[in-house]
Ligand binder design. Structure first.
Ligand code: CTP
Ligand SMILES: C[C@](O)(CO)[C@H](O)COP(=O)(O)O
Length: 232
């Protein structure tokens, strides 16, 4: 059984509002995506890295992120798709993975993931068939419609879902292909497995694993990096 890291990095970063796609923005002196790749390149648990980048940004990626030549596990770049789900599906189709290989799907813009969580995540994916990293919600969450609160769900049931999300290849490939055929769009990969009635394990991660989405996230990430981040 091999472990593959599949990294979607084909978004445009609309909410960041920068001149370049946010995965190429500088964090602690290097592109965000380089920090993310370092985590999986350095982990002895990961055998290969599949990186998904829009075709029009692949030269930029080679120049700015891959030029160091340090990513020996990296397979040929895969073309991105219109939505995150399309990019992940392209990566899965290009992976050549065996049915029982474990695929770790991780956002290219989560550079502070602590690889210390990988053993538990991989183990949970093998025993349960799917596993996601997450953290309990700290604030009170309310459902709102037309400016009015309609519900306050019990916080004890609520977790924020992060990546990596880990699956045997056969499970996640089937879930993605069915979602495409049936026209289902999810905001993460596990939701495509959940809709098939399959169990998904939640593995507790940590609050530093933020997804860099808006400009203030970049400031927080810089501060966490200054304090040593989660470097392997
Ligand atoms: N078509 C897409 C859209 C997103 N992603 C990737 O999925 C991850 C999480 O997506 P998100 O944070 O939403 O990134 P963007 O889509 O770039 O952001 P926005 O929604 O603000 O445009 C990122 O690594 C992003 O590059 C991708 O590979 N392909
Ligand atoms: C997959 C994810 O990072 C889990 O939190 C998140 O759902 C991605 O959402 P986005 O809208 O693509 O940022």
């Amino acid at each position: 059984m091999a472990v593959l890291a599949l990294i979607p990095a084909a978004g445009i970063g609309r909410r960041m509002g920068a001149d370049v796609s946010k995965q190429f923005l500088t964090l602690a002196g290097r592109p965000i995506l380089a920090h993310t790749l370092d985590i999986f390149q350095s982990s002895s648990l990961v055998d290969a890295i599949i990186l998904v980048v829009p075709r029009q940004e692949q030269d930029l990626c080679r120049r700015q992120v891959l030029a160091s030549g340090r990513y020996s596990k990296l397979r040929p770049l895969v073309d991105g798709g219109a939505e995150r789900q399309d990019s992940v599906r392209n990566g899965l189709r290009a992976s050549g993975a065996a049915a029982d290989d474990i695929v770790l799907i991780h956002d290219g813009v989560r550079p502070l993931f602590d690889p210390g969580h990988l053993p538990e995540l991989i183990d949970a994916a093998e025993t349960t068939g799917a596993a996601v990293l997450g953290v309990p919600v700290k604030d009170t969450v309310k459902r709102v419609a037309a400016g009015r609160v309609t519900e306050t769900p019990p916080r004890s049931d609520l977790w924020l879902t992060q990546t990596p999300q880990a699956f045997p290849f056969a499970v996640i490939a089937e879930a993605h292909e069915k979602a495409l055929t049936e026209g289902f769009a999810g905001t993460d990969d596990a939701s495509l497995v959940e809709r098939l009635g399959r169990p998904v394990a939640m593995v507790e991660g940590d609050y530093r694993n933020l997804k860099i989405t808006t400009p203030e996230d970049l400031l927080v990430a810089e501060a966490l990096m200054d304090r040593g981040g989660n470097r392997p």
